[in-house]
Ligand binder design. Structure first.
Ligand SMILES: Nc1ncnc2c1ncn2[C@@H]1O[C@H](COP(=O)(O)OP(=O)(O)O)[C@@H](O)[C@H]1O
Ligand SMILES: [Mg+2]
Length: 213
């Protein structure tokens, strides 16, 4: 599938604490050092509307939010981000790195909450006008490491039971095996530099982006 535009669209996925934000910024620096024009953004957020939706989604006071309402809120933020930020950047030939994207909805809303995978996919194909990443890097850590890295965070999602995160993690594994051409699992154990090395090797192998200049 891919972005169908001139730029390159790479997304970062995995549970909170898996190292997405850390690794994305390091990859952005590496790509910029090689002369690429890179923008980074995040979900939910990245636009005024998206950040407002993010506040609602993370608010512990919204503990009664239904799974369908939650899926729609994520996809609303995504629709705004795609149309106003991601697509224009890709049309300009830039590299777009995004911290979470539609695979998060599949992992959490479908595999985690139990909504139908087909429904969540259809909703997101509509929301994004069928914009799929060229490459999706799923960072994988075990629950003990993850819990250590997110210690102290107390938003609406972190109050979920461990089984919810286990289902989401299994969802990511299923997605990776179902979409091998696009989704790659990255072992996120070990030092930040070790992980970055593995990740760059995959970016280089799949997209050939790093040796420029
Ligand atoms: N490989 C690593 N080893 C140890 N700590 C890490 C590693 N990667 C990230 N961290 C730390 O764990 C926390 C969560 O990392 P972050 O990149 O924010 O993850 P995410 O964006 O997936 O939630 C941060 O405090 C970060 O500095
Ligand atoms: Mg993060």
């Amino acid at each position: 599938m891919g972005s169908g535009a001139r730029g390159v669209f790479i997304t970062f996925e995995g549970l909170d604490g898996s190292g997405k934000s850390t690794q994305m910024e390091l990859l952005a620096d590496a790509l910029r050092d090689r002369g690429h024009d890179v923008i980074t953004t995040r979900e939910p957020g990245g636009t005024g509307l998206g950040e407002a939706v993010r506040t609602i989604l993370l608010d512990p006071a919204q503990h009664g939010m239904t799974s369908r309402a939650e899926a729609l809120l994520y996809s609303a933020a995504r629709a705004q981000l795609v149309e106003t930020v991601i697509k224009p950047a890709l049309d300009e030939g830039r590299i777009v790195l995004c911290d979470r994207y539609l695979d998060s909805s599949l992992a959490y809303q479908a595999y985690g909450r139990g909504l139908q995978v087909e429904d969540v996919l259809t909703l997101n194909i509509w929301a994004t006008e069928c914009l799929f990443p060229d490459l999706t890097l799923v960072l994988v850590v075990d629950e003990q490491q993850r819990a250590g890295r997110v210690a102290g965070v107390s938003d609406r999602l972190e109050s979920e039971e461990t089984s919810f995160f286990e289902r989401a993690a299994e969802g990511y594994r299923r997605l990776a095996s179902d979409h091998r051409h696009r989704i790659r699992l990255i072992d996120s154990a070990g030092s930040i530099d070790d992980v970055q090395g593995r990740l760059r090797a995959v970016v280089e192998e799949d997209l050939g982006l790093l040796p420029v200049q």
